[in-house]
Design a protein around this ligand. Structure first.
Ligand code: ATP
Ligand code: ATP
Ligand code: MG
Ligand code: MG
Lengths: 255, 255
C-alpha cells in the first residue's frame, strides 16, 4: 500500500485543511501521484482546491454507503497528478448511517484497497471530532499527521488524541504510526506559543516537524481556490509548506 | 424561560468557547445568575473556566442519558453567580447513544425545563459540528450566537448553518432567533478580514455584533483557568467582550 496519511485533530481550526491541501499539491508538484480525500462535512478541502461543489454528483459519503460508487466519486483536480474524493455535508450524519453496520470501522480502509496501485500518496483531511469518520481514517491510514496550534486548548486534546491512536493500533491497525506533530500558525514572538511548543517537544521528542508560521497568504489562498504554491509561491507560508513536504517525504522513506 | 443562548458554528476554532466563557463571566459580573453548559466533547469551556475534570463525577452526557442525574452534574464555578454543567469526552459518542431514542432532538430542552426559574441566562457552548448535540442545543435555545472568523472557510459554512437554523425553527422550535453574528479574531489591517465582514454585513443587515479583535490575552487566559476579565481586565480583548455582553443584554431585552 502507498503511504496513507490521516491529518487529524479533534480541536477545531488548527490547520488540518490548510495542511492537507498544501501537502497534497506540493507532493503532486514533486511528481507523486496523489489522492486527497475530504472526510469533513464542511468540505473545505474540496472548495479550497477549486472544485465547485454544485457540479459534483458523488462524495465520500456515497462510497462509505456503497463502495461500488468509488469510480463515480473519484474526480480530477485542476492540478496535474492530483485527484480528489470530495466531501459533502451529508457526512455529518454518517455516524448514524453506518453506526450499526458490521465492520463499521474498516469501511474506508476496504474502499481504498482497489486504489493502492494508482497512487504514490493518499491523504485524508479529517473533521474536528473523534467520531466514526476519523476512526475510519485512522484505521485506513499508515500514519497520522497532527497539526497543532500552539495554544492552551489545542494542547489539552493532544493526550486524548494520542490515546485514541494507541487504541486503534491495538484493535484495528497495528501498523498505524505517528508521522509527526506539525505546529501551525506559530508566532515565535509570543511566549505562549514558545511554551507550548517546548512542552510538545518534551512529550514527543523527535516527532515534531518545523513549525509553520502565521502567514496571511495561507488564509487568502483558499478564497481563490488555489494552493499557496500557486497563489503566493514566494511567501513564507509557501516556502514552509514546501519544506514540510520534504520533511514528510524524508520521514516516510525512513519508516 | 430565561434567555437560552446556543453558541454555534460547525467551523472549528472560530472562538465559540472563548465567547461562551467570557460572555458567561461578564453576565455573572453584571449580577445575572448564569448557567454555562459545555456540550463539546473537548470540554474546553469546563477547563477554561478553571474546573478540574478529574474531580468531576458527572457531565452533560449523563444528563442526556438519564435526566435524573441533573442535580449531580450541576456544579458551581469559581465565580459568583455562575454555575456549570461540564462537558466530557464521552459526548463524542452521544449521536450513537441517543440516536435511536424517541424525541432524541428534544432531550436537552426537556432536561433544562426544571432549571428555568433558577437562572437569568443559560449559555450552551457547542462542538464544531452540526450533529445531534448541536441540534439539541438549537432546539433548547431561545436564540443563537454565531462566532465567525473573517476568513474564507468560516464564510463557507455560514449559509449551511443558517439553513439548519431555519429547519429547526420549522420543525422543532418556532421561537428560535438569531441573536447575532460575532466576528472574532478580527484584524482590520488585513483586506481579507475587511472583505469578509463587509460580505456578512450585507447578507445579515443589523445582525452583526461589533467585532472582537485578535488579542493575545484572550488565548493566554484559559491556560490560567480564568476569564479575560480577571486575567487581563484592561486588555482590548476584555474591553471588547465587556462591550459585547452589553450588546447581548440590549438585544435580549429588545427581543
Ligand atoms: N499558518 C497559517 N497562517 C495563517 N492562517 C492560517 C494558517 N493555517 C491556517 N490558517 C487559517 O486558519 C483557519 C483555520 O485553518 P483550517 O481551516 O485549515 O483548520 P482546520 O483544522 O481544517 O479547521 P476545522 O477544524 O474547521 O476543519 C483558516 O481560515 C485558514 O485559512
Ligand atoms: N479574539 C481572539 N484573539 C486571539 N486568540 C483568540 C481569540 N478568540 C479565540 N482565540 C484563541 O483561538 C483558539 C480558538 O478559539 P476557541 O477554542 O474559543 O474556538 P472554538 O470555536 O471554541 O473551537 P472548537 O471549534 O475547537 O470548539 C483558542 O486557542 C483561543 O484561545
Ligand atoms: Mg478543516
Ligand atoms: Mg470550543
Amino acid at each position: 500500500s502507498p503511504p496513507i496519511l490521516a491529518i487529524v485533530n479533534q480541536k477545531g481550526g488548527v490547520g488540518k485543511t490548510t495542511t492537507a491541501i498544501n501537502l497534497a499539491c506540493y507532493l503532486a508538484e514533486f511528481g507523486h501521484k496523489t489522492l486527497l480525500i475530504d472526510a469533513d462535512p464542511q468540505a473545505n478541502s474540496t472548495s479550497g482546491i477549486g472544485l465547485d461543489q454544485a457540479q459534483l454528483t458523488h462524495s465520500l459519503y456515497d462510497i462509505l454507503m456503497d463502495p461500488h460508487t468509488l469510480e463515480q466519486a473519484l474526480c480530477p483536480s485542476p492540478f496535474p497528478r492530483l485527484h480528489v474524493i470530495p466531501g459533502h455535508q451529508n457526512l455529518a450524519s454518517i455516524d448514524l448511517d453506518i453506526g450499526r453496520m458490521v465492520s463499521r470501522e474498516t469501511r474506508l480502509k476496504d474502499c481504498l484497497t482497489p486504489l493502492h496501485s494508482f497512487y504514490d500518496f493518499i491523504l485524508i483531511d479529517c473533521p474536528p471530532a473523534i467520531n466514526l469518520i476519523t476512526v475510519n481514517a485512522m484505521v485506513a491510514a499508515t500514519a497520522t499527521i497532527i497539526p497543532v496550534q500552539c495554544e492552551y486548548f489545542a494542547l489539552e486534546g493532544l493526550a486524548y488524541l494520542t490515546q485514541t491512536q494507541v487504541l486503534i493500533r491495538e484493535n484495528f491497525n497495528p501498523n498505524l504510526d505517528l508521522l509527526g506533530i506539525l505546529p501551525t500558525m506559530y508566532d515565535a514572538r509570543t511566549s505562549l506559543n514558545r511554551q507550548v511548543i517546548a512542552n510538545i517537544e518534551s512529550v514527543f521528542p523527535n516527532q515534531v516537524f518545523s513549525a509553520i508560521p502565521r502567514n496571511i497568504k495561507l488564509s487568502e489562498a483558499p478564497s481563490h481556490g488555489l494552493p499557496v504554491q500557486l497563489y503566493a509561491p514566494k511567501s513564507k507560508g509557501a516556502k514552509r509548506y514546501q519544506y514540510f513536504t520534504q520533511e514528510v517525504l524524508h520521514r516516510v522513506q525512513q519508516a
